[in-house]
Design a protein around this ligand. Sequence first.
Ligand code: GDP
Length: 287
Amino acid sequence: MSTIQWFPGHMAKARNQVQEKLKLVDIVLEIVDARIPISSQNPMLAEIIEHKPKIMILNKADLADPKQTEVWQAYFKQQGYASIAIDAQHKSQLPQINKVVRTVLKDKIQKQYDKGLKLAKVRAICIGIPNVGKSTILNRLVHKNIAKTGDRPGVTKNQQWLKVNEEFEVLDTPGILWPKFEDQTVGTKLALLGSIKDSIYADDDVALFALDYLKTHYAPRLLAAYKLNEADLDQDNPDLMLFLTKKLGFKEDYDQFAQRLILDIRKGRFGRLTFEDVVLATDTVGD
Ligand code: GDP
């Protein structure tokens, strides 16, 4: 869990550092949490990386709703980006990264071969907000255990290249950027998934958001997990919270139920969940 505090000075440093590193690479791997693909993005990444090619890596796909992940991948495709859904923890789909990088950079690679080079090397950097899985991805990609630098922007050291294979190298430290803190819902979602310190957002606010989302997007799972009747969901959210607090044996202790709900979500009691949905532009669906 990251405890980093993002003050303006840190943001400026992080931005400069990422910009320096970008000069060294051919392509950016933007790591996001597949459960909240937009809320786990840095708000200024597009501006920071400018025209550098980018691939979206939807990590923690093992925890996300697979149907929603497909929709999100279609969305990123519409935006002009290749994407890969992976589970870095269990190394699922990781080899895809190399393949997609070489597809996106095929013209550049071809030029290297045309020049007579035997190997066409490409270099990448992982970039993302804290806790999306950057270090896990790096370690799994290069089959090593790279020490985590401790999400601190501004700590500079000599850059080194780590070999994924003879033709693909990644920078040994990821680019760490700040989350979209100015948006309250984004903060709530990050807190719900354990990506920012629990103390920043009140548990009951986070739980209220989660309950509402489950009610509107995953009602059958909510009914099953807490043995509710459909009519129970007719109550407004604060009443439903109180109803569940009592039903689960927490008497009037709203906060205890809030913590329980958050834990149940994180532990997978409701199955694989995505907390952000997107409506695709219809004219390109099915492409
Ligand atoms: P970083 O701050 O972006 O470098 O994130 P870390 O690599 O430290 O990962 C944050 C947490 O997420 C750790 O507890 C990881 O074990 C976990 N994690 C990373 N990738 C995955 C994944 O694909 N699936 C699951 N379930 N957990 C993951």
